[in-house]
Design a protein around this ligand. Sequence first.
Ligand code: EPU
Length: 422
Amino acid sequence: MDRIVVTGNGQLNGQIPIAGAKNACLTLMPATLLSEEPLTLTNAPRLSDIATMSALLRSLGTEITSMQGGKVLAMSSHGIDNHKADYEIVRKMRASILVLGPMLAREGHAVVSLPGGCAIGARPVDLHLRAMEALGAEMDLRDGYVHATAKGGLKGGIVDFPIVSVGATENALLAAVLAKGTSVIRNAAREPEIVDLVHCLRRMGAQIEGEGTSEITIQGVDRLGGATHPVVADRIELGTYMLAPAICGGEVELLGGRMDLVGAFCEKLDAAGITVRESENGITVSRHNGRTQAVDVTTEPFPGFPTDLQAQMMALLCTAEGTSVLEEKIFENRFMHAPELQRMGASIDVHGGTARVTGVEKLKGAPVMATDLRASVSLILAGLAAEGETIVNRVYHLDRGYEHVEDKLSAVGAKIERIHEA
Ligand code: EPU
């Protein structure tokens, strides 16, 4: 398994281009199952999770042509010739459950493996299943699979979520667009990835109102057509690289970055004493002198502070002046980076969903273990500002969500390299 070696090397200066969003692309791709006509995504990120979703869609009968080195994905689901999303693919990536809604909507039946737990928490799919039931589907759970049927097709209904779920909102949308009649999603997620999905579905001919608010109304249509859609910028990749100059000092422009994608996060950077401004080609972040200040952070659904930036923010706060309190409200087990950061000299106390981080002057390089995607990159960020060498082991998670991370960071002056292992 590959390792990444990072050596603290002072300030970072230059530009980093931001890719299309992994989590938007993973919900846009299954939309191909809704139409016989081609769906082409531009600005797609080159990531292993995207390859996994491609493999899943191909197993169902979708033809996918990858162009421009993977930046353009031309998909065609003329016919769906297999209705079973197999455990062997689904277990690799939870977002696989997103084929359930569109397959059910177009074909009236679907069999999808249950994804199982994952490192950051139990992550059930009950809300996805409830949404399908609210649209008239019958669900049967057996042999580790969801067997879903909607005889005569899905029907419009009220989908009322008890808690906000990004994936379940996406699945409900992907199903309701072809249901007969009107559907309303209450307590819908408001993430930019949902808004992007709605924009794409509208290009395909769907009738939807209210995206970006907590109530979305869908008027089902008989059929959807083809479309070409650019994937929205990745706000988590953006936030991650914004933290690089915040942690190391210097000035970096994030090309294609948009303030509206990272509002709550920018407020916290500002409170920590980091300068963030809109610039010609995106967002520029700088820190020139003085220590960062401690800030308290609570993760929430959008527009709150994203759970997917909590680990990286912790890397910044490890060397801030004072004590910061981080509260993780979305996933129950998302502080696995804390013991690894402690190996680098950080002072962190974790109790349940709360972590108290007392800043130290400097972290020290150490061998560490990456436990999930965002944890991996937080260890790289910490290593960039640490004294000496940090070796991040088990980096396969990283390739699920960050394209060319070594190249992007080297380009702004970081000392980082990948050691390939057979
Ligand atoms: N939940 C349920 N039942 C469900 C679905 C969710 O109880 O049926 C719970 C979850 O266990 C969690 C909360 O609801 O406690 C919110 O989970 P959500 O469904 O919103 O998360 P998700 O759709 O599975 C997406 C992203 C995650 C991101 C979360 C929260 C994708 C592919 N994944 O997951 O991204 O952390 O939303 O914003 O869009 C990552 O990229 O590193 C990542 C984990």
